[in-house]
Design a protein around this ligand. Sequence first.
Ligand SMILES: Cc1cc2nc3c(=O)[nH]c(=O)nc-3n(C[C@H](O)[C@H](O)[C@H](O)COP(=O)(O)OP(=O)(O)OC[C@H]3O[C@@H](n4cnc5c(N)ncnc54)[C@H](O)[C@@H]3O)c2cc1C
Length: 408
Amino acid sequence: MIDFEVPEETKAIRAKVRKFVQEECVAAEKTCTAENFDTTMKALRVKARAQGLWCPFIPTEHGGMGLKPLANALVQMELGESFLGAAALNTQGPDDATMLTLLEHGSDFQKEKYLVPLLDGQKRICYSMTEKAAGADATGMQTTAVLDGDNWVLNGEKWFSSSADVADIAVVMAKTDPDAPRHEQYSTFIVELPSPGYEIVRNIETMQPHTDLGLKLGASHSEIKIDNLVVPRENILGGRGKGFAMGQHRLAYGRLRHGMHNVAIAQRALDLAAGHVTQRSTFGKRLADRQGVRWMMADCAAEIYKARLMLLHIAYKAERGEDLRQENGIAKVFLAHMVHQVVDTALQLHGALGYSQDTPLASWYTSIRSQRLVDGPDEVHRWRTGANVIKAFEEHGTTASACGGELL
Ligand SMILES: Cc1cc2nc3c(=O)[nH]c(=O)nc-3n(C[C@H](O)[C@H](O)[C@H](O)COP(=O)(O)OP(=O)(O)OC[C@H]3O[C@@H](n4cnc5c(N)ncnc54)[C@H](O)[C@@H]3O)c2cc1C
């Protein structure tokens, strides 16, 4: 049986989050600057916590809302409508997925020392896996870790570590066991920042130019030099040789969260477009009354609808503990393209106004391009998804099971 009924309790949480995002976060966007960011964020967090809105998917015994995958997906689809939304509930990337890793794999000591202040919103954490030497194929990482008495000593480099310059803690992957099988050569280390061995060489300039406010939020991606970085033995996370498996687990959640926020951005972009085309007239008619414009709006609606259905189906599978890797890979790629198409259409319908910085569209347009690269590029996901399509055919004589076939 397929049931799209959202439980009343979940509807209420979603409505509460929607109200908070629209009334508090979207409103605060207008006055939030780099100078007042800290006080603005603190005020939003106090208001959010007072309403019980905090760390949506973290279990209640750890101070979160304890939401299951469906409720979390619905909440994240609201939070993404404001660039302040996720941070106001302490569920911003890259911190959120890393908190999840610490929760699942951290020792009691690591949870007490590192996870507790993260969950309380006092600290931030970044994740340093990618290197110039290796990205899509992370098994090519060159950074090494060598045991020296009670410490590990790390040497190498990292690249595109998001939020490193606002982080108090870094999670760093390095090769500990070069002779082990490929996926068991790497371990993960918890590093307290600042540390002389973990040097931020620069925040890399990207398609999305740095702004002072963006840097405060943690929207930077750093190049890191790792030079005789000393890490106590007890700071290895999840066991020696387990880094790669843990990294993949973490990215699996991160991919879904990006997708949920993509739906929110696309929704807000389409709302902005609808607001514009119902006001603007050309050649004696409202844009909204042109058939061509309606077709553009219809195509965006179809994309957002497909995106929501995918996320709901994935949340359904997650709640039942089912294998969702195929759907996750399909959705990761689809959602990145979906948000691009909708934002591009909304920008086009705004004309020169869309190209200006007077609406968020131009900034979204450049920032969301990263979605086709981050957490694995399109081609790698499609390569794996395609392999599953072939496998399904070879096993069952039909590819249906690799295309959401169990829905039939
Ligand atoms: C905005 C942003 C934030 C990021 N944040 C972080 C972070 O916080 N921490 C972190 O560790 N990393 C981070 N990354 C890095 C990200 O995970 C990598 O960029 C990604 O894994 C791709 O690696 P790469 O850039 O080295 O590309 P490469 O591995 O060099 O691949 C280049 C291109 O080759 C093609 N390609 C690669 N493999 C295949 C294949 N098997 N088949 C077909 N084509 C292929 C794809 O088109 C791919 O885009 C971030 C990246 C971006 C853009």
